[in-house]
Design a protein around this ligand. Sequence first.
Ligand SMILES: *Cc1c(COP(=O)(O)O)cnc(C)c1O
Length: 357
Amino acid sequence: MIVSKKSVRDLPPYEVKQRPYLLKLDANEGKNIFAADLTAALESLKSDPAINLYPDSDSRRLRLAMGNYLCVNPENIVVGNGSSEMIELIMKAFVDRDDPVLSFEPTFGMYARYCKIYGGQFVGLASKEDFTWDLGVMIKKAQAWRPKIIFLCNPNNPTGGFVVKASVKELLDAVSCPVVVDEAYAEFATDSLVREVDMHKNLIVLRTWSKALGLAAIRLGCLVANRQITAIINRIKAPYNLNGLSQHIGARVLDSKEKISAYVAEVKKERQFLFEGLNLLAVKPYPSQGNFIFFHALIDNLAKKLAEQGILIRDYGGSWQGYYRVTVGERWENQKFLEALEGLINDEKGKIATKNP
Ligand SMILES: *Cc1c(COP(=O)(O)O)cnc(C)c1O
């Protein structure tokens, strides 16, 4: 019998359900704002870079464009196949067997997943009842656990909660291990730590092309940190880790800053619309700085019932049963989702009314 190494023996595969849909509001993907630019980008690929040659192993042009977009030095950036590759590289670089890795729960599932694959021990601290975080608790626990890495998803997926810079900086100063601030949704939030990596010995910021830039299909993400940290990551990163097509497209779109900011402004407006709409219904939405809203609803199998109408949202099991995450869509999508939700809430009221006449 072939057996895997111990750490992954009971790891379930990461399953992504492929379902037919009308509205896809389950994975926080951005809108396809670069559709027109992509044709030109692909056209110019016929000559540059030549597809028979290996791509630039250091992704220089892409890092230059991203450095320009983020206002950071390209030397502070390492790029890869989505933030997912960056999360894996961080575990690879800093986690030995049984080493603790600290974060809050609920949060992005990839931290626990990659931690487990590399034999580490993931410790998810409880959020407060309203899903905000007490970083003072994190500091105390870090002193007790001595983690090898701390992960903060900011804004947090799935809750949308946000920790201000000053609090994150207190954490950075209080602990000695690397603190990874996953800023996948930073464009939709009020603040970012990305320009401060040179001021902290232990700050790692993650950014992605998958959300505000609307390019989830080409799998692009990056890590931003001081040069001591990028040197460590560059030591273990695979050569030519990023394919030439993604490097090429990813760099080109970053020239269109106005398109990105116009889209971000639209999402923020629609987030407000969706939040107010949810607030008027018998559900509890939580304030969000991402392109999604987390809410609680007392309807059994809500996600399944919505999916039957072609509307996909994300649901949660275990301790977070009854909680859902919906991506902020365009106005018509948000309206359609709210109408469908209202319909299901009314059905539920009807059921209760017939049960208790
Ligand atoms: C969507 C998301 C990412 C992006 O992952 P990619 O691999 O870059 O597509 C990273 N972190 C969080 C918290 C996310 O929600």
